[in-house]
Write a protein that binds this ligand. Structure first.
Ligand code: ZN
Length: 302
């Protein structure tokens, strides 16, 4: 009798241990990677930066928090607003883009730097991050920055998901941004830069990729980020960073004044393209704007 009891207790312990191991394995495999590679399976973010870890999107929820909307596609792109700009299209321009935020403290510091230097940028926000930060979204707007859509959860790969799922991800962010700022998001940055032609066509919004990848998520090092920008920057480029790292905020404080000293006009994605006479269209992919040279040539040809 007693030995039977011992065996039962032993079996219960075994069952408990194996379920704990299974949960650990699942959550480990669900770490979010950043855009730098077009592959999902890049190195997970290391755990060195406590503040950053706090701001990461929760990994486990598979079910999106918002209800699927009945209306399919388009809508937000139906009335594109005209962009006005004071930029000189005949002088060098770069667009700054920040993904995965708002990263609270880090985003606020980046906004301080932008404001001090009288420049703007595009923030491709994640809904789960923006949920409790309507104030940050409102500040983006008040500083003249642009808000783009980087999906509700950052968990849906546009290469592997149907259009309905993708639209559900985008509409969640649309709602949050509309509530916080009164504006609709137009530009989309697909997580990891991954998508299919079908999704691109069906979603019918401009997909904005990048031409200078700072890999700030990987290095977490201010000097490395500054060095990449100084090495790779060119007229018409879109620079990719993430406003969820303190090292990226540090890098901005250094590299934005440097860009201005070098004669670059620093701005948001939409403003750069508008200055160069390009209307961003749904169903198309953009990685860089025409250079000043290309702009002047096309003008003289018309
Ligand atoms: Zn991202």
């Amino acid at each position: 009798m007693r030995s039977r009891k011992v065996i039962i207790v032993f079996l219960i312990c075994c069952a408990l241990l194996s379920s704990v191991a299974a949960v650990a394995a699942i959550s480990n495999s669900m770490m979010i990677s950043r855009e730098a590679n077009l592959i999902l399976d890049v190195t997970p973010a290391p755990h060195s930066d406590a503040v950053t870890e706090e701001t990461q999107t929760p990994d486990v929820t598979e079910t999106p928090t918002e209800k699927p909307t009945p209306t399919p596609t388009v809508e937000a792109t139906s009335t594109p607003t005209e962009i006005t700009t004071d930029l000189d299209p005949e002088k060098p321009i770069v667009a700054l883009s920040f993904d995965d935020g708002p990263g609270t403290l880090h985003t606020e510091r980046i906004l301080d730097v932008l404001s001090e230097n009288n420049v703007t940028a595009t923030f491709f926000v994640v809904g789960d991050m923006a949920n409790n930060h309507a104030d940050v979204l409102a500040r983006h707007k008040s500083l003249g920055c642009e808000i783009g859509n980087h999906t509700m959860t950052h968990k849906t790969n546009f290469k592997e998901s149907g259009v309905d799922k993708v639209m559900e991800e985008l509409k969640g962010v649309d709602r949050l941004v509309k509530q916080a700022t009164g504006d609709e998001t137009r530009l989309v940055r697909p997580p990891w830069g991954a998508f299919t032609d079908e999704v691109l066509k069906e979603v019918d919004r401009p997909f904005i990729l990048w031409s200078v990848d700072t890999e700030d998520w990987k290095s977490r090092d201010k000097d490395a980020v500054v060095a990449v920008v100084k090495r790779d920057v060119f007229d018409g480029c879109i620079i990719l960073m993430h406003d969820i790292y303190s090292s990226t905020a540090d890098a901005c404080a250094e590299v934005i004044p440097w860009l201005l000293d070098e004669g670059y006009q620093v701005t948001s994605v939409s403003e750069m393209f508008a200055a160069r006479g390009v209307k961003l269209e749904g169903g198309k992919v953009y990685r860089k704007a025409p250079t000043a040279q290309e702009y002047m040539e096309s003008k003289s040809n018309n």
